[in-house]
Write a protein that binds this ligand. Structure first.
Ligand code: ABN
Length: 173
């Protein structure tokens, strides 16, 4: 027998002697429970809302139009009119990690999409292309369903500048 096989056999036998079937099942159970709980952890949604430090980011005419379908639940200044795009914050601002979420219908493919509206923070209000659509919004007494909130409140620099809209995925019926 090859020396490597001998070492491997010896360690496998010693592990088998030390481990019962019950403890193996318990470890397997822990592993599966841990894996199932992973999606429940809080998610930082800043990853897709990038700071636009690249001078090549150029917004399209759609992105500067408040009637654009993915702005259906927005309340704020469009970052595409403020030096960023609909998905990237203008230079010198940072996306908020907490956001308002809406569901918008895309007429081009007939599907509904979940959209995250991240505020871009760290500069005074942009003031251009104010866009207040508010689809699905509820009054202030249901804070989590209201979009008239400065989501920069959790950033180190809490000044609100403008809002981006990030498509998170297709909404399930
Ligand atoms: N989420 C946009 C916003 C920022 C400040 C105040 C109201 C709304």
């Amino acid at each position: 027998m090859h020396p490597f096989d001998r070492v491997f056999e010896k360690s496998a036998r010693s592990l088998a002697k030390r481990t019962s079937r019950r403890s193996l099942l318990a470890s397997l159970g822990q592993l599966l429970t841990g894996a199932a709980l992973l999606p429940l952890l809080p998610i930082d949604r800043t990853a897709r809302a990038q700071t636009s430090d690249s001078p090549v980011a150029k917004p399209t005419a759609d992105e500067q139009n408040c009637e654009y379908w993915k702005y259906c639940a927005i309340d704020g200044f469009l970052c595409a009119c403020c030096g960023g795009t609909s998905t990237s914050c203008p230079p010198g601002t940072q996306p908020s990690p907490i956001t308002w979420i809406g569901t918008c219908h895309n007429p081009a493919d007939g599907r509904d999409y979940i959209v995250s509206y991240n505020d871009c923070c760290g500069k005074v209000s942009c003031g251009d292309c104010v866009c207040t659509r508010n689809e699905g919004e509820k009054p202030m007494y249901r804070l989590s369903r209201n979009n008239d909130v400065n989501w920069c409140m959790a950033n180190s620099e809490a000044d609100y500048h403008c809002s981006v809209s990030i498509i998170l995925g297709v909404a399930e019926k």
